[in-house]
Design a protein around this ligand. Structure first.
Ligand SMILES: NC(=O)c1ccc[n+]([C@@H]2O[C@H](COP(=O)([O-])OP(=O)(O)OC[C@H]3O[C@@H](n4cnc5c(N)ncnc54)[C@H](O)[C@@H]3O)[C@@H](O)[C@H]2O)c1
Length: 321
């Protein structure tokens, strides 16, 4: 069956941090959005989050006809998905919950609508097990803030059709994103697997009293973090090998890989460690509210994205290269 590839109506199930980010992105791209979330007060919280994201989206440039009032909030799963061309689930990360939810979503959706889940690491073959037409079901794993960060990892399950992956890629591209197809269905996909390794080591550094949370964040944001925004680890290390490139780099630094620099298994989350991390990050936050920090993050991300785009253009590259 051919899948819908140009969409007008976007359905969002679950409107927490990630779901509201999808809603903001879809609205900014001129779509009609229908949302559902079972929590009391969810509609008001969603509209508030979208309003908080809107200044950044305006700065980035809205599509013709884009408007916050094109969001409607409904009271059932069926109403949410019935007329949707594309469905994005962003419900809590629990296998039993997603399994049940997707059985209901897929039964009520148009058979040619693509269904995607924002899951950070659950396997689509598992949580789409009871879905009808599982060939149109994918993972579309975004990054926070969804309305600004371009990356979305697309993962298929055993029963996902290759055409559905292609359709999802096209739709996410129309939404201004940079889809990355994860070829194998592995837990944690690509990005979270890398981020999790860094997170474990960061917790060890706090646990061992080597550094505070702020110092560890400084170690990333004034160094590798700046490079990572436009050049990944492999290309960065190729340059670190000088003119001889990656082969030289691997010969020179290969032996260090055998040294016990990293623990890999996570530390025990003791009360002491949790307190240290919570107190450390509270000191970093200081007097600022989360909403203020979100504005600061959005503003800075926009500036970085613009700078990367300008620099790439000067070097003959497109933004998604
Ligand atoms: N937070 C992140 O950085 C991040 C990044 C990428 C992907 N994700 C994934 O996105 C999904 C949502 O995460 P989040 O951080 O937005 O969580 P969240 O707790 O902020 O939001 C979850 C929302 O789902 C609602 N909900 C509860 N039961 C539901 C149900 N049965 N059906 C639909 N919605 C229901 C809740 O009321 C809440 O509003 C998870 O699968 C998570 O792994 C999170």
């Amino acid at each position: 069956m051919p899948f819908i590839t140009h969409i007008k109506t976007f359905a969002a199930l679950g409107s927490g941090v990630i779901g509201s980010g999808w809603v903001a992105r879809a609205l900014a791209h001129g779509l009609d959005v229908i949302a559902w979330d079972p929590a009391p007060g969810a509609e008001q919280a969603l509209r508030q989050r979208v309003a908080n994201a809107w200044p950044a989206l305006e700065k980035q440039g809205l599509a013709a006809g884009a408007a916050q009032h094109r969001l409607s909030f409904v009271s059932s799963i069926e109403e949410c998905v019935r007329d949707a061309d594309f469905i994005q689930e962003s419900a809590p990360e629990r296998l039993d919950l997603k399994l049940d939810l997707h059985a209901k979503i897929s039964a009520a959706a148009k058979p040619d609508a693509i269904i995607a889940s924002s899951t950070s690491g659950l396997l689509p073959s598992e949580f789409y097990e009871s879905s009808s037409h599982p060939e149109r079901c994918v993972v579309g794993h975004p990054f926070n803030p969804v309305y600004l960060l371009p990356l979305v990892e697309i993962v298929g399950g055993q029963r996902t059709a290759p055409e559905a992956i292609e359709a999802a890629k096209g739709i996410y591209t129309e939404l201004g994103m940079r889809p990355l197809h994860v070829r194998k269905e592995v837990p944690g996909f690509i990005a979270d697997r890398l981020l999790e390794a860094l997170w474990r080591e960061a917790l060890h550094l706090v646990n061992d009293g080597v550094a505070t949370t702020g110092e560890i964040d400084d170690a990333i944001r004034f160094g590798a973090g700046l490079r990572w925004s436009f050049m990944g680890t492999f290309l960065t290390y190729t340059l670190a090998g000088g003119d001889a490139g990656m082969r030289h780099f691997m010969q020179q630094f290969g032996p260090a890989l055998k040294l016990p620099w990293t623990y890999l298994p996570a530390p025990e989350l003791t009360e002491r460690l949790i307190d240290e991390v919570v107190d450390g990050t509270a000191a970093q936050v200081g007097e600022r509210s989360i909403a203020e920090l979100e504005r600061y993050r959005d503003d800075t991300l926009l500036a970085v994205l613009e700078a990367i785009g300008t620099s790439k253009a000067r070097h003959g590259m497109t933004f998604s290269e």
